[in-house]
Design a binder for this molecule. Sequence first.
Ligand SMILES: [Zn+2]
Length: 263
Amino acid sequence: MQYGVDSLSFYYRYYLTNGMRSYIMGFMSSISDAAVVLSRLDYSETSQVLVLFTHAHGKVRVMGKGLKKSTKTRFAAGIDILDIGHLTISARHVRTEQLSNLIEWKQTRNLSGLRETLPRLYAAQYIAEITARLTEDWDPHETLFLALTYALEAIADADLALLPVVAYQKQLLQEIGSYPRFDLCLSCQRADHLSHFSSFEGGMICQYCQSKQVEKKRILPATLAALLDQPTEQTCAGAFKTLNYHISHQMGKEPALARKLLT
Ligand SMILES: [Zn+2]
């Protein structure tokens, strides 16, 4: 089969517009990208379904055939949740609801610190969970990918894993367009006496308007200060709870790992 100049230039343009890290090989037979493993689910005796967040293609779901019994060849090192690496997947089902086949996986980073303490592991699993639930398949978020890998690095080295989690909660909500207003009352627009948070309203409510609001959560002044600026060791639990409350509303349920993070 021969490819004319036109098709070559098309793929060359595609290559350029999709960034240097993501490239189309063999005329769209496969796609390669940097990725973080968000979840892993057994599919059959030998296969697994993996959800990964990629640098240039957003969240992708792939079928890893033979992953569970693999002791040699391309998956020799195994593949686990929170691994950071480089994937190659079949391009056949790109931007469809069907699973792409995982062709190759190479781990590129080993953040062994993530598994050294339970709080770090729970923190990393929590950000994987909320990323998987609040992003769409094949919806690119390059900034979020960088924030995710940065957060995992920070958690792997953290004394208090909740601090990088709060920073990531903020970035995720910003990226998906659901970042709340913490600087004024969404009912009357005043900037003082802010006492409650409403996920439905998407931000703060003042003490004069809060009685009209059914869905709300009381916010301490120190927590509000942490949400407006950077949380400290003392205020990060309150900031985490508030952002987790909002994230739970976006997800339709509380993240499974949320409670473990606060114990
Ligand atoms: Zn008000």
